[in-house]
Design a binder for this molecule. Structure first.
Ligand code: FES
Ligand code: MG
Length: 591
């Protein structure tokens, strides 16, 4: 890199206005000006703003961005920037097999390469469907150019026969009704389709709404951005304001490394408890933190988040959906209520260039039926417990979904509060579960815990959302609608099952779950945050010595690359080698 480069105001000028290398500069300019840009613009000391487009026909949850980007571009141009939209590898939760989780790291890699290798000075990250948000944030922190997230927003509320039909939640309910023989296939289809009435992502507090709330709690969106339903006029206005703001951020050189701190992540953990957020948030935030070089550990979720009350009355934890959440004030109102109770780290920065203290001033719930106050929450202690024991080093549990009925059925002995015991039934994956669930030989009763393994990052691959298994049909007909479930995969953010999930290390890499057998007794001790198989040490070690890893088959080159490099869910399920690359925009690529 020659000295003459040092004076350049914007990174993009290294491409578009470099008299030291006229050959390459001309090539860059002639081809970009053959579309909507002029040479004057490209060489006029104006920041180039990338729009990372996650929407497409294959990615309907984010499709709104295909239209919103016009407002983003207008904002960028009005503020003096040059917008350049580019495609992101699609990540559609309800489209991609074997799981969209496999593609989070792939989209991340693609985004890093684009931001690093092209003439981009700042970027608008379009987010929405579950993994699109962490993928975009992971890429942005790795490159560390000025970046701002813009959510596409949830769909309008779904309705079925006069009742709110939330994304995902209606699926679990209808699946039970179908298994019980109360509805047929056609009604099943109609019920579920009723939950998706417009463009946008899931309208319940599933992983999408959770992760967009996380982006806002981290300070990576404009205040009030994440909850606006996709078709609302406020959504278009927010797109425009986001476009304007990213240009200012480039002039201010306000980068993710200036916005994000340990405090930002602590705020996100607190907000996740208060919104009744998804169990997918911990691995995704862990991944963002690791790529940003910020210290975070899975046990922080219990330390910081467990005591925080549930404030948001939204499905699956409550009643309402995205429209009501937005009208009640969305994430700033939740944070405003949390702030009054002292839960918010007020020095944490935001992309607005102000700390949370200023950003949240005057924000509070606009409707306490939907966003409660900390004095009168929907539930106390809404966070996750982080369990450990001989089955895994860590696994997450949402204790607030444990019903009184469960407490009675699984109690180890009278008087031993919070200590539960049960017989384990183990499935080797979702196919095995579907094949054998209704087999009477398994003797599944209302005191059984269902286990599923081989469904983690390496095993599945990508870690599948299959831990929320439903009971056998016979039990459902008897009115047992939930059994506790445990697994090394994940579960849908819209599920309300009492599950223990994200078990790390996963069984295919030799985690304790691999050694469990159907018929073993297991003990869950919520006082000590432990779960153990009640198998004596000698027997356990003998099983370990006899264990051989299951055969793993890859069907695409990416599956092989992913499996060879991915870490465990507790560590974010990152490509481990990628975490060594931080703030890569500090170095200009060779010309
Ligand atoms: Fe895309 Fe829920 S499936 S947001
Ligand atoms: Mg999901």
């Amino acid at each position: 890199m020659g000295d003459t480069r040092a004076h350049k105001k914007f990174r993009s000028q290294e491409w578009f206005d470099n008299p030291n290398n006229p050959g390459m500069t001309a090539l860059y300019v002639e081809r970009y000006q053959n579309q909507e840009y002029t040479r004057d613009e490209l060489q006029g000391e104006r920041p180039v703003i990338g729009i990372a487009q996650t929407g497409s026909d294959l990615a309907p949850c984010n499709k709104i961005h295909v239209f919103l980007k016009e407002r983003v571009k207008a904002g960028i141009r009005d503020a003096g920037g040059i917008p350049m939209e580019f495609p992101v590898h699609p990540i559609q939760e309800t489209g991609k097999r074997p799981t969209a989780a496999l593609d989070r790291n792939l989209a991340y890699l693609g985004l890093v390469e684009v931001l690093y290798g092209y003439p981009i000075d700042g970027v608008v990250l379009t987010t929405g469907c579950d993994k699109t948000t962490p993928a975009m944030l992971m890429g942005a922190v790795t490159v560390d150019l000025p970046a701002i997230a813009l959510n596409g927003g949830p769909m309008l509320d779904g309705w079925w026969k006069g009742k709110r039909a939330g994304s995902g939640t209606i699926v679990w309910e209808s699946r039970r009704l179908l298994a019980e023989g109360k509805i047929d296939y056609d009604e099943f289809m109609n019920r579920v389709c009723a939950s998706a009435p417009s463009l946008g992502h899931c309208n319940s507090m599933g992983t999408a709404s959770t992760m967009n709330a996380m982006a806002e709690a981290l300070g990576m969106t404009l205040p009030g951005s994440s909850a606006i339903p996709a078709p609302f006029r406020e959504r278009m206005a927010m797109a425009y304001e986001t476009g304007r703001r990213i240009v200012e951020m480039v002039y201010e050189d306000l980068k993710p490394s200036d916005v994000l701190s340990r405090q930002s992540f602590e705020n996100a953990i607190v907000v996740n408890s208060a919104i009744g957020g998804s169990t997918n948030a911990p691995p995704h935030l862990q991944a963002v933190a690791r790529h940003a070089g910020i210290d975070l550990h899975v046990t922080d979720w219990q330390k910081i988040g467990f005591e925080v009350p549930l404030l948001v009355n939204m499905q699956p934890a409550g009643e309402y959906l995205g429209e009501s959440f937005f009208r009640a004030g969305g994430v700033p109102a939740v944070m405003g209520e949390l702030r009054k109770a002292g839960y918010i780290r007020e020095d944490a920065m935001t992309v607005a260039g102000k700390p949370m203290r200023e950003t949240l001033a005057n924000w509070e719930s606009q409707d306490t039926e939907v966003i409660k106050t900390c004095a009168e929450p929907l539930r106390e202690k809404a966070g996750f417990l982080v369990l450990s024991g001989n089955l895994f080093d860590s696994a997450l549990m949402k204790t607030c979904v444990i019903s009184e009925d469960f407490r009675q059925r699984y109690l180890s002995e009278p008087g031993k509060e919070n200590i539960f015991e049960a017989r384990a039934v183990v499935f080797e994956g979702p196919e095995d579960y579907h094949d054998r669930l209704n087999d009477p030989a398994l003797e599944i009763d209302d005191r059984t815990i269902l286990f599923i393994r081989n469904v983690g990052c390496v095993g599945y691959p990508g870690s599948a959302e299959v831990v929320n298994m439903q009971p056998p049909d016979a039990l459902l007909r008897e009115g047992v609608t939930h059994l506790p479930t445990v697994g090394d995969g994940r579960q849908s953010g819209t599920s309300e099952s009492p599950s223990i999930l994200n078990a790390s290390p996963e069984s295919v890499v030799g985690g304790g779950l691999a050694l469990l057998q159907t018929g073993d007794r297991v003990r869950l001790d919520l006082n000590r945050s432990t779960m153990d198989a009640l198998v004596d040490d000698g027997e356990w070690e003998a099983r370990r010595a006899a264990w051989t890893p299951p055969e793993i088959k890859n069907y695409t080159p990416w599956q092989e690359i992913y499996r060879a490099n991915v870490g465990q869910l507790a560590e974010g399920g990152c490509l481990e080698l990628a975490t060594a690359y931080q703030r890569v925009a500090r170095n200009l690529p060779r010309d």
